[in-house]
Design a protein around this ligand. Structure first.
Ligand code: ZN
Length: 402
């Protein structure tokens, strides 16, 4: 398939910030314009194009009620690179069947809105709406940093915020969903392979931990009189690191730490953090969570503090569809060399659809240095082209089976 690289260039004109930096945050001008551009490109190719109640762009072969749908997202994080999401859309466009193959049995395309969840703090909003996993309340309550309500933004763009979840009716248009995405890790690079096939998407737990100790003078409070609330949080950070082992499919991170009212000369009386643990194995995830929290509790007790842990987010691991994995594995072997079977440690739209029983498959393209969510994000032109060819091949093979 030629054209994926040029299509990627075209997409990245929307929200361009520099030679490698783009920013298309969901429901901002560049992202809305990029979706309109995509709809136009699909119309030019003779597909039936529509936008659903959530703003997802759909393109189906003329006359088809359902099809194997290829897709990804066009929104990005702030100061993003050129590949996350955009490559999946460019590849899907490049992989659309042409000529005789483009009839009712051909593949279609979808672009899901607000995958990254940057502006309104929701995340995977479009795919959750389609999967029936989005609540009207979430849409009604969502507000950005500047106080702008998602509902208001939707109204301005011609959408009815009370009808976003009605996009779930589109689910029946998908006989299967295939997404090509950059790996955002180094496993393919280490294996020396261009393409990888995702077997499952890791489960995730976010646990908010709040510690209470006693605020006091950093100079005059004796060691034995201190109830420093940050110490148990520090224990959690170290326990999270200890829980991970090289080569194992479990990761644990504390990326959000706060000391309310903190000052250099004050012993923290309160501290909070959010623990992020991921693994494709549910029981391994559970054990790691318990171990890390226990380390925090021990440290809290030893330091005269109280610790409260509450789960704020939880996704169970999900498996990709067996037929999709097989079609992608065969296609990747033909186009990119023997592929590696991987677990996705990042969440993707496919995990929502898989949970809603849409047969899903994901193809990863090698990321240089494993860097992502950064202008340094890069995949080679050859790898991207091999990925797009494999996607096209897999979609055609899968269309014969679902
Ligand atoms: Zn992405």
């Amino acid at each position: 398939v030629s054209g994926v690289w040029d299509l990627l260039d075209e997409i990245n004109r929307f929200g361009a910030r520099g030679p490698r930096e783009v920013e298309r945050i969901a429901w901002t001008r560049p992202e809305i314009e990029a979706r309109a551009w995509l709809a136009e490109r699909c119309r030019e190719r003779g597909l039936e194009v529509s936008l659903d109640e959530a703003g997802n762009v759909w393109a189906l072969p003329p006359g088809a009620e359902a099809a194997v749908i290829m897709g990804s997202h066009l929104d990005t994080v702030p100061h993003a690179g050129r590949f996350d999401g955009a490559l999946g859309i460019a590849a899907a466009l490049a992989a659309l069947p042409e000529g005789e193959e483009s009839g009712a049995g051909g593949a279609g395309l979808v672009c899901f809105t607000d995958e990254e969840g940057v502006r309104f703090g929701l995340g995977m909003t479009g795919s959750r709406a389609v999967a029936g996993l989005l609540d009207d309340d979430e849409v009604a309550r969502a507000v950005d940093r500047d106080g702008a309500a998602l509902a208001e933004v939707l109204r301005q763009e011609g959408y009815d915020p009370a009808r976003v979840t009605a996009a779930s009716a589109r689910r029946r248009q998908m006989s299967a969903y295939l997404e090509l995405h950059v790996e955002q890790g180094r496993r393919l690079e280490r294996a020396g392979v261009a393409l990888g096939v995702v077997g499952s998407i890791a489960g995730l737990a976010h646990v908010k931990v709040e510690v209470r100790g006693e605020t006091n003078h950093a100079g005059t409070t004796a060691p034995e009189d201190r109830r420093d609330a940050l110490v148990p949080v520090a224990s959690l950070v170290l326990a999270a690191q200890r829980t991970m082992a090289a080569g194992e499919d479990l990761v644990a991170t504390v990326g959000d730490v706060s000391v309310p009212g903190g000052a250099p000369n004050v012993i923290p009386g309160r501290a909070a953090c959010v623990l992020d643990v991921r693994s494709p194995r549910a029981e391994r995830l559970e054990r790691a969570l318990a171990t890390i929290i226990a380390a925090g509790r021990d440290a809290a007790e030893a330091n005269g503090c109280s610790l409260e842990a509450s789960e704020v987010k939880r996704f169970a691991p999900v498996a990709m569809d067996g037929r999709a994995v097989e079609a992608l594995t065969d296609a990747a072997a033909t186009e990119g060399g023997e592929p590696v079977l991987l677990t996705s440690m990042a969440g993707h739209d496919a995990m929502n659809l898989a949970r809603a029983e849409v047969p899903c498959g994901m193809l990863f393209v090698r990321s240089r240095g494993g860097v992502s969510h950064s202008p340094e994000e890069w995949s080679s032109r050859e790898d991207c082209e091999a990925g797009a060819r494999a996607l096209r091949r897999a979609a055609a093979a899968l269309a014969r089976r679902v």
